[in-house]
Design a protein around this ligand. Structure first.
Ligand SMILES: *[C@@H]1O[C@H](CO)[C@@H](O)[C@H](O)[C@H]1NC(C)=O
Length: 172
């Protein structure tokens, strides 16, 4: 659709513009981004929508009560996940899908937590080389800190080599 026609449609549909103004502006920004990017370098998955996936590259024993740094970044649209801190920081208010999978080492338990600004949202549990997962649809604010943390239980280790991961994306 021609961009001018799109704007005209939105203005004509006054109620829609009124009630969802901020969301529509954000979506228009994404459309503009796509139009700008529609040259030779346009490829699948090109978007300005915040999204990330990172895995753990190596087996390791996470320090107690500390953030787990998923170091092998596969996707990081907008760069809002930091592999040096392990924290995802939403760049805009909205609804986000956040997921994590952790795999425990042989004959051991593994307890972790999905946290937002230090508040626990979901807990993850793996045992004996099996995985624990968290899947959360969360209302997040711009600047929130979202991360996976090892809990207080000692003597637990994680399998890396892409078996454990942390992921998220903006929904709306
Ligand atoms: C761990 O899993 C393996 C493979 O299924 C099994 O042989 C073993 O007995 C389990 N160990 C424990 C402590 O449950």
């Amino acid at each position: 659709m021609n961009f001018g026609v799109l704007i005209a449609c939105l203005i004509w549909n006054g109620n829609l513009v009124q009630s969802n103004k901020q969301e529509i502006i954000e979506d228009l920004k994404n459309i503009i981004f796509k139009i700008k990017k529609s040259g030779d370098d346009f490829g699948p998955g090109q978007t300005s929508i915040p999204a990330f996936t990172a895995t753990l590259s190596k087996n390791f024993t996470p320090p107690l009560n500390k953030i787990i740094k998923f170091d092998s970044v596969k996707t990081n649209v907008g760069g809002h996940y930091s592999s040096s801190t392990g924290i995802f920081t939403p760049p805009r208010d909205g609804l986000y899908m956040i997921s994590a999978t952790i795999r425990s080492t042989n004959a051991k338990f593994l307890h972790c937590e999905l946290r937002v600004n230090d508040a626990v949202k979901e807990k993850l549990f793996g045992t004996n080389q099996s995985t624990g997962t968290a899947n959360a649809v969360l209302k997040l604010r711009r600047g929130d800190r979202v991360f996976i943390q090892k809990d207080f239980r000692s003597g637990e280790s994680m399998i890396g080599r892409d078996w454990s991961m942390f992921s998220g994306y903006f929904i709306a």
